[in-house]
Design a protein around this ligand. Structure first.
Ligand SMILES: Cc1cc2nc3c(=O)[nH]c(=O)nc-3n(C[C@H](O)[C@H](O)[C@H](O)COP(=O)(O)OP(=O)(O)OC[C@H]3O[C@@H](n4cnc5c(N)ncnc54)[C@H](O)[C@@H]3O)c2cc1C
Length: 549
């Protein structure tokens, strides 16, 4: 019999729920204020802003989640020396759990802004608190507690879209399939929903959304808040991939006010990588999501404001003598003003050159291979198209989940674009068949569900019953939104930087910098993107200093 999977609460309980020493609590007092709560009084409610982390000085605070039927489920009781709070407090977002005083309680409440100051000022204590906050989020992600409930069929494209959005943004959620789950059917009845209108999303506030956009969902669960149109940030960063997040960490930790906007999720392409094995300092490799989640939390710890999903639609530049003012026009009519701009909008995947490919996107045609996609094709044959490093990594990962991976490569060999270690690893996988000089010629299926794939190889066409295709054929720069900004692009649309009169990474518009994959001539690697993100901050400082003189 397989051993039951152990929850993080079983394996990391000590780190999740540390008991603080009296001396540590004394040092924390200057960051918070004392409050008293009577028995039954709520300290936090799911879906509402919580006051901050609450260090228990006396009494008992019980933390509860809610199950699929909205029934309270006790999670932990905090006694004196413990503290209540979860990652959401770091950025002042709505609570994912309820907390109630079970005995008359005296607590030290530390609000988000003061918590960030504490984490920076108290390095060792801050590390333990930060680790506890992160592990508590991991525990919520394990159960899906505290987040919205998506009701719809497991393979439905919109269910995958919404679940993918929440997963990429590290937000807990539950998926209920009416075909297999009585609770899902009860919700459909309760909200009088026609099965044809699925999916619906029920937010922690009780609000129900019918097949919402990511923006509507993010608003409903408090991931996205209105931006202040009057505030002028020192630096506005477009893109929360490794390049943008690196800028956010260095700029915010050096005292600059920073806003980061991303239209999709934090992590960019790197966040979609099943395993990054060549990033310095991780000899056993790390999933892209884990690496990027650390960066995201780190940026928030230093006070960077991160807003997702928000798309930059245009950049307006006004110059008054030597001083420039930048206004970013964002999707949804919002505006953000800044003294400098760092463009880290990266690149996007190329589409397959097959007429009806779009019909299968998000259900059967995938641009990354995360556990979510792998689960859909476990034990089946799949096709993967591409020959770069990302194609190689995805092939290695998928081979561990699928019955067979057909790897279609347009060129004459795998070694032309792929790192040697990946070529060797793929060579050693019995269930991977590499076909060079091969390309997909047709996709067959109905209602967005792929049923068969045709490809040409060695002059012959093959047709196989395959339901999932992975597309890893490269990317184009995300620079369409810069039309009219006067920023110079190269022939492929990547942003040109440098030149005689420019500081490092500056574009043809002074005060605007470009970093990472979107930059012409950049090395398409996580480490390079991170390095440029850090380097851009030095240029931003120089620009701001010149602005002040
Ligand atoms: C599957 C995969 C595996 C990979 N594996 C590795 C690896 O193992 N090692 C390695 O070194 N490299 C790897 N790479 C490459 C690496 O991920 C990229 O070089 C790196 O992510 C580039 O970082 P970036 O921040 O410049 O851009 P991106 O990661 O592309 O991030 C750009 C961000 O900008 C956002 N954005 C775009 N346009 C807008 C807009 N108008 N408004 C708001 N936001 C916008 C996007 O949503 C995205 O989040 C991999 C890439 C992929 C796809």
């Amino acid at each position: 019999m397989a051993a039951p999977t152990r929850s993080i609460v079983d394996t990391r309980a000590e780190q999740m729920f540390p008991t603080l020493e009296p001396g540590e609590i004394e040092r924390m007092r200057r960051f918070g204020e004392l409050r008293r709560y009577g028995v039954g009084e709520m300290l936090a409610r799911i879906g509402e802003l919580s006051p901050g982390i609450c260090v228990v000085l006396a009494g008992a605070i019980e933390v509860m989640r809610r199950d699929e039927a909205d029934r309270p489920v006790p999670m932990v009781t905090h006694l004196p020396g413990a503290f209540m709070g979860e990652l959401a407090v770091l950025s002042g977002r709505p609570a994912l759990t309820d907390a109630i005083a079970r005995k008359p309680a005296e607590v030290l409440v530390i609000p988000p802004e003061r918590l960030r100051a504490l984490l920076v000022a108290e390095a060792e204590l801050g590390e333990r608190i930060m680790r506890a906050l992160i592990l508590r989020r991991v525990a919520l992600l394990e159960t899906g507690a505290g987040g919205p409930v998506i009701v719809g069929r497991a393979a439905n494209g919109d269910v995958l879209r919404l679940a993918g959005f929440l997963r990429r943004n590290g937000h807990p959620h539950l998926r209920l399939d009416p075909d297999t789950d009585a609770e899902a059917r009860a919700m459909i009845d309760r909200f009088h929903v026609d099965p044809g209108e699925l999916p619906i999303v029920v937010c922690p506030s009780g609000q129900m959304l019918r097949n919402p956009s990511e923006v509507a969902l993010a608003r409903c669960i408090g991931l996205m808040r209105p931006l202040d149109p009057d505030r002028v940030y020192d630096v506005a960063v477009i893109g929360a991939g490794p390049a943008g997040l690196a800028t956010a960490v260095y700029a915010a930790s050096e005292g600059l006010s920073v806003l980061v906007a991303d239209c999709r999720s934090f992590g960019g392409q790197a966040g979609a990588s099943a395993r990054i094995e060549n990033y310095l300092g991780f000899p056993t490799g790390i999933t892209g999501m884990a690496l990027m989640a650390r960066a995201y939390n780190q940026a928030q710890k230093f006070g960077a404001e991160i807003t997702i999903p928000v798309e930059a639609a245009a950049l307006d530049i006004a110059r008054d003598g030597g001083t420039a003012r930048f206004t970013l026009r964002l999707g949804g009519e919002e505006r953000v003003r800044a003294r400098t701009v760092v463009i880290a909008s990266g690149a996007r995947y190329r589409r397959l050159n097959v007429e009806n490919a779009a019909a299968f996107e998000s259900t059967s045609l995938h641009f990354w291979a995360s556990p979510l996609e792998a689960k859909l094709c476990g034990g089946q044959e799949v096709v993967l198209v591409g020959a770069g490093n990302s194609a190689g990594q995805a092939t290695v990962y998928l081979a561990s989940q699928a019955a067979k991976v057909w790897m279609l490569v347009r060129g004459p060999s795998l070694a032309a674009k792929m790192s040697r270690y990946l070529v060797d690893r793929i060579g050693g996988l019995a269930n991977v068949e590499v076909l060079t000089r091969a390309e997909i010629t047709g996709l067959e299926g109905r209602d967005g569900m792929l049923e068969a794939v045709r490809w040409r190889h060695d002059g012959a066409e093959t047709r196989r019953p395959i339901r999932h295709v992975f597309n890893f054929i490269g990317a184009d720069p995300n620079t369409d939104w810069l039309a009219g900004s006067g920023i110079a692009l190269d022939k492929q649309g990547f942003i040109v930087t440098g030149g005689d009169k420019r500081v490092a990474l500056e574009t043809s518009q002074p005060g605007v910098f470009a970093i990472g994959d979107v930059r012409s001539g950049s090395v398409k690697r996580v480490a390079a993107a991170v390095g440029e993100g850090a380097q851009a901050v030095a240029s931003v400082h120089a620009c701001l200093a010149a602005d002040e003189t």
